[in-house]
Design a protein around this ligand. Sequence first.
Ligand SMILES: Nc1ncnc2c1ncn2[C@@H]1O[C@H](COP(=O)(O)OP(=O)(O)OP(=O)(O)O)[C@@H](O)[C@H]1O
Ligand SMILES: [Mg+2]
Length: 266
Amino acid sequence: MESVIDASGVRHEYPDGTTAIKSIEITIEQKERVAVIGANGSGKTTLQLVLGGLVEPTAGSIEFFETTTDAEAVREQLGVLLQNPDDYLFNTTVREDIEYGPAQLGHDRATTERRIKSLADTLGLDELLDRPPFRLSGGEKQRAAIASVFAFKPDVLLLDEPFGAVDATYRKRVRSLLSNHTGAMLVFTPSLDLVPAIANRVILMSQDGSIAAKGSVREVLTDRALLSNHGLRPPQTVQIFEGVLPTADIPLTAEAARKLLASQEF
Ligand SMILES: Nc1ncnc2c1ncn2[C@@H]1O[C@H](COP(=O)(O)OP(=O)(O)OP(=O)(O)O)[C@@H](O)[C@H]1O
Ligand SMILES: [Mg+2]
């Protein structure tokens, strides 16, 4: 299968000498859903910026779509949601921020309008579209930022903590946006509870900025010792059922846990 991002020997050092990521080997295939997990400071955001082509690695190479190492050439195919929405909500109104991507890419105006309307419905932005982004609450800003990434329909999503400030209602809406996305997706997060619902592969970052483990969601998220060595704890369902059920049978999502408890086996 064709890869969308292929990183080899990637390292990034900030100007002050901090090595944020190193020895990174990652291949993301079309339609893959990958969660990049790791403790604070393990290099998730740096890795996102580098894989999303916004920051040039200080060593190693990244090939996009098996065709180019020039991130500019594929900019419109990479949807990068930054950890801090303030970093790219910079227009006078929320609407202008959401329109910015599609306008830059020359998308048809009527199609863009329809798309914005649908995203505004989903993300509860109707009342907010004509307001200045800096006057929004944290969760509202994050929803606006998510809309501005989805507005230009990128093939590959690279989302840093997309659920961070978002409440339960909109968490569900964001989850459905993610599941409707048909291309590849990388979600960078230190919180593991939602990972099984959105990803099928996990990359665990070590505190030194290298990759500590790669594997299926079940392999990585049921390995308490591995996670704890890297400053993380398993998702809550795993914490509840570990030791009670064989590892292979532990429910990974709240939905799976509920079904199991309702079934006769319990
Ligand atoms: N602009 C910068 N200059 C120097 N060091 C930086 C810079 N940005 C991040 N770092 C350092 O690089 C390392 C990785 O940071 P990064 O933001 O990638 O981690 P993270 O895994 O995203 O953390 P978090 O979970 O807190 O978001 C940390 O040690 C951090 O202090
Ligand atoms: Mg981060």
